[in-house]
Ligand binder design. Structure first.
Ligand SMILES: Cc1cc2nc3c(=O)[nH]c(=O)nc-3n(C[C@H](O)[C@H](O)[C@H](O)COP(=O)(O)OP(=O)(O)OC[C@H]3O[C@@H](n4cnc5c(N)ncnc54)[C@H](O)[C@@H]3O)c2cc1C
Length: 387
């Protein structure tokens, strides 16, 4: 593994930076920060980035990509995350790569280019009231009827459904098969009659959703991959999704360091406090470790591997690092650190306070830390199942 960017990659990074300087408007940042999903500014930004092939740079050119490497992809995505232009893109990160692997030619032609052009997004549709970590427990039922499947049931915490055009949906197609052999994966148009949403608000201020399917007809051609193999496609989708970026973490960290260095708090510069210095240096090391994990993941993908336990390592380390970082920030900022965005007394405009609340979500969605540790233990270390 080469730890240096090539001259070409440095040029790409500079090109992306100057694009972002112009295109990441305060409106884009506000929408990303709000965690309410893609709004008009974000859609506009996505289309502009998509027009350059920067949303899905590794994809074939015929589907809107650049046939670039995963390291190049990471350079682009990391710069976007650093500028707060990128958060929830299940189409780009999860559905698209899975369609590329398992979709029919017709599905690839119909669904990939709009994702790469930044025209549509997908919402992950796995969790139900009784199926979270245990994806094989999905109950939402899909029954064949002519050229369609008819879907009935309920999903929970399906975050992108209020702004995405498609639901990336796991449903039960064979109730008599062993649990993980009776699921299939569907692309569902969110405008299909019979779908209703009810918002669920998290204490981090995010909107996620309950989604109800009442006799929703989905064409058979919208099934991705083989019938009843959905469990495996969902697992691969999640592996794709778990590979994070470092940009946002890096930015939060830099803001804390700058605060510790430049500001005065209760008549003192926080950066002179031995405890603050020690915590920040630990975080500096951890941010660097995260970067190495993420670039190794991209490097593996360039060698044709779909990383599995490596993706879980990133998920668990990155989500828990976010929590350590925001906890360190809140302690460093003292009582002021509890003030929310909008208060004139809130340091860093309440950013760390917000991170403190919302970072708790990150170790839950996309696979909890406990489940990630199970994956690392069994698939990475070869340990027997817990018992
Ligand atoms: C903000 C937010 C956004 C989300 N967005 C989406 C989305 O867009 N799409 C979607 O499909 N889902 C989404 N989810 C759901 C998320 O993926 C699930 O909440 C998560 O998988 C955990 O499932 P659960 O809530 O049912 O908890 P459970 O699976 O019931 O787990 C409860 C506890 O038991 C632990 N546990 C469970 N199984 C094991 C095990 N085998 N070994 C050790 N410990 C275990 C868990 O770690 C957890 O601490 C979101 C969740 C949140 C909070």
């Amino acid at each position: 593994m080469d730890f240096q960017f090539t001259e070409e990659q440095k040029r790409l990074r500079d090109e992306v930076r100057s694009f972002l300087k112009k295109e990441v408007t305060p409106g884009v940042v506000k929408e990303t920060e709000s965690r309410l999903g893609l709004g008009p500014h974000s859609w506009e930004f996505m289309r502009k980035a998509g027009a350059r092939g920067w949303l899905c740079p590794t994809w074939p050119k015929q589907y809107g990509g650049l046939e670039a490497s995963n390291i190049d992809r990471l350079i682009i995505w990391d710069e976007m995350a650093y500028c707060e232009a990128m958060e929830v893109w299940a189409g780009v990160r999860m559905a698209g790569p899975t369609i590329l692997l398992f979709g029919t030619e017709e599905q690839k032609s119909e669904y990939l280019s709009p994702i790469a052009r930044g025209e549509v997004d997908y919402a992950a549709g796995f969790t139900e009231p009784d199926a979270g970590s245990d994806v094989a427990a999905i109950r939402l039922r899909a029954v064949e009827d002519g050229d369609d499947y008819v879907l009935n049931g309920q999903k929970l915490f399906n975050t992108g459904c209020h702004f995405a055009q498609y639901h990336w949906l796991g449903a039960r197609t064979d109730p008599d098969a062993p649990r993980h052999r009776g699921l299939s994966l569907f692309i569902v148009d969110m405008k299909s009659p019979g779908i209703t949403l009810r918002p669920v608000w998290t204490f981090g201020g995010w909107r996620t959703n309950e989604v109800f399917y009442d006799n929703v007809r989905v064409p058979k051609k919208n099934m991705v991959g083989e019938k009843n193999r959905g469990f495996y496609y969902i697992a691969i989708s999640l592996d794709f999704d778990r590979a994070a970026t470092t940009g946002r973490m890096q930015r939060n960290f830099e803001q804390l360091v700058e605060y510790a260095r430049e500001r005065q708090q209760d008549g003192r510069t926080p950066g002179k406090d031995p405890l603050v210095r020690s915590r920040l240096t630990e975080l500096a090391i951890e941010v660097e470790i995260l970067r190495c994990l993420i670039y190794r993941h991209a490097w593996l993908r360039d060698r044709g591997v779909v990383p599995n336990y490596e993706a879980s390592m990133i998920k668990v380390f990155s989500s828990e690092l976010g929590q350590r970082l925001s906890r360190c920030g809140t302690e460093m900022l003292g009582l002021y650190g509890q003030l929310q965005e909008g208060s004139k007394w809130a340091p860093l405009n309440g950013r760390i306070e917000h991170e403190c609340r919302s970072s708790t979500h990150v170790s839950i969605f996309g696979g909890t830390s406990e489940v990630m540790r199970n994956v690392i233990a069994t698939r990475g270390l070869g340990l027997p199942a817990a018992g």
